[in-house]
Design a protein around this ligand. Structure first.
Ligand SMILES: NC(=O)c1ccc[n+]([C@@H]2O[C@H](COP(=O)([O-])OP(=O)(O)OC[C@H]3O[C@@H](n4cnc5c(N)ncnc54)[C@H](OP(=O)(O)O)[C@@H]3O)[C@@H](O)[C@H]2O)c1
Length: 207
């Protein structure tokens, strides 16, 4: 995992791209078209070209278009680690501070993506924390916990190593189906934001 391709030009894509670049990785960001991206001085290209170039991929697009984007680059994801940061947030507004999802409790967006690109090694990560604390989070109680899941054990190990470099401890929550439990953590994480404008917290698992 030396060349990381970020598919997504939004705040998550740019935050992770700068963070990984600072850690010494070679990083490119892809969008629908090749374009200049605010706060990013590195290479940019299209989703397809970035996916082709990279040996590990981050999916950081709007949840509603993730299936379409993965479908368009599925061949380029074969045998690669694919970090999935997306959440299946629907375009309907939150209800009393609770986000609405277009999936239900017995499926997840990452399972849909894995079905679309069966040879890719999808790992859920970075979905249940705000972009401002994705890289080197600092809390008095020590490093927070990133819950990850995915079917490929080697890919999960690589992602855990990357997360550790970014300042996280990780907890492996199992295979791709466990994304059914990890994706809704974003709903929980956002409630203090919508309710009290508090956006700088993270989860920690005590045992
Ligand atoms: N914001 C956060 O703090 C946060 C935290 C955790 C997880 N997440 C998740 O991370 C993902 C990215 O979030 P974000 O806030 O950085 O960005 P975003 O606004 O959700 O997504 C931006 C990306 O989506 C692409 N996109 C939008 N409409 C498209 C379409 N019709 N077809 C193809 N691509 C399209 C854009 O492509 P172009 O570059 O071509 O415009 C851009 O690359 C989301 O799934 C979100 O739920 C966000």
């Amino acid at each position: 995992m030396k060349k990381i391709g970020i598919l997504g030009t939004g705040i998550v894509g740019v935050t992770l791209a700068n963070g990984f670049h600072d850690l010494g990785y070679d990083v490119q960001i892809g969008g629908r078209t090749k374009k200049d991206i605010e706060n990013w001085t590195g290479a940019t290209d299209t989703f397809e070209n970035v996916a082709k170039w990279a040996d590990a991929i981050v999916i950081a697009v709007k949840g509603e278009v993730a299936e379409e984007v993965v479908k368009s680059v599925a061949d380029q994801l074969t045998a690669k680690t694919v970090i999935d940061t997306t959440n299946p947030i629907s375009s309907d507004p939150p209800e009393d501070g609770v986000l609405r999802y277009f999936t239900d409790m017995n499926e997840s967006l990452m399972e849909r993506l894995q079905t679309i690109a069966p040879k890719a090694h999808f790992i859920k990560a970075f979905n249940s924390v705000g972009n401002a604390i994705m890289i080197k989070p600092e809390f008095s109680d020590g490093p927070p916990t990133m819950f990850i899941c995915g079917d490929n054990e080697a890919a999960k190990k690589d992602v855990a190593t990357l997360l550790q470099k970014c300042g996280w401890e990780t907890r492996d929550m199992g295979g791709v189906k466990s994304a059914r439990a990890i994706e809704p953590l974003c709903m929980l994480w956002c409630i203090p934001g919508f309710k009290d404008n508090e956006w700088k917290h993270a989860f920690k698992l005590l045992s």
